[in-house]
Design a protein around this ligand. Structure first.
Ligand code: AMP
Length: 216
């Protein structure tokens, strides 16, 4: 099952992808997570990406496409994959189509999580992530049991530097200008499914499972 998650930052793509990897045993491929790993390790790629990420701008395609191509060719993607945060432009979507065609694969579903901007700002500025295992929390909607500590592994929780309000507003602007057109792109391909992303995590998961398992 080859899936793309669409939707603005804070729509819940990463949260839902992490739930689905457990259920279906296919990996989540988050270009944002991959870039953050490169930054944490101080690689050349990470250094190049840094200035774009901190301003909430898109990292250039040549960096992203090479990274995705390499990841999709790994053995754990054979049964399927969940793309999260990629593609983000029509040019990236076209490059992905070509890449998959060369690999003899195609996308099965484009799942678009629809959420109003005001709710996204609240979700993103309150978001906290575990430094150790990547588990995500929200100071209001999903607080950890002990403040600042991960319930799963006890790791330290941090706020992503690009989750401050000014950068969040810029990321949303970039989303509306460059990424939202992908909804039409995948609608035209007949694989788009739209989901109300303002509901609870559990309700959204149920709706996604119904779609993927042909019950909705
Ligand atoms: P995310 O974790 O998906 O919100 O991504 C965080 C940041 O990484 C974005 O604001 C971009 O600067 C960069 N980024 C992640 N994925 C992509 C992509 N597919 N194309 C360009 N930039 C990306």
């Amino acid at each position: 099952m080859n899936i793309v998650f669409l939707g603005p930052p804070g729509a819940g793509k990463g949260t839902q992808a992490k739930i689905l990897i457990e259920r279906y045993g296919i990996p989540q491929i988050s270009t944002g997570d991959m870039l953050r790993e490169h930054r944490a390790k101080g690689t050349e790629l990470g250094k190049k990406a840094q200035e774009y990420m901190d301003k909430g701008q898109l990292v250039p395609d040549e960096i992203i496409l090479g990274m995705v191509k390499e990841r999709l060719s790994q053995a754990d993607c054979e049964k399927g994959f969940i793309l999260d945060g990629f593609p983000r432009t029509v040019a990236q979507a076209e490059a992905l189509d070509k890449l998959l065609l060369d690999m003899g694969k195609k996308l099965d579903f484009a799942l678009a999580l629809i959420v109003p901007d005001d709710l996204l700002v609240e979700r993103l500025t309150g978001r906290r992530t575990c430094k150790n295992c990547g588990m995500m929390y929200h100071i209001k909607y999903k607080p950890s049991k002990v403040e600042g500590k991960c319930d799963v592994c006890g790791g330290e929780l941090y706020q992503r530097p690009d989750d401050n309000e000014e950068t969040v507003r810029n990321r949303l602007k970039v989303y509306h200008e460059q990424t939202a057109p992908l909804i039409e792109y995948y609608r035209n391909k007949g694989i788009l499914r739209e989901i109300d992303g303002s509901k609870s995590i559990e309700e959204i998961t149920q709706q996604i499972i119904s779609i993927l398992e042909g019950k909705a």
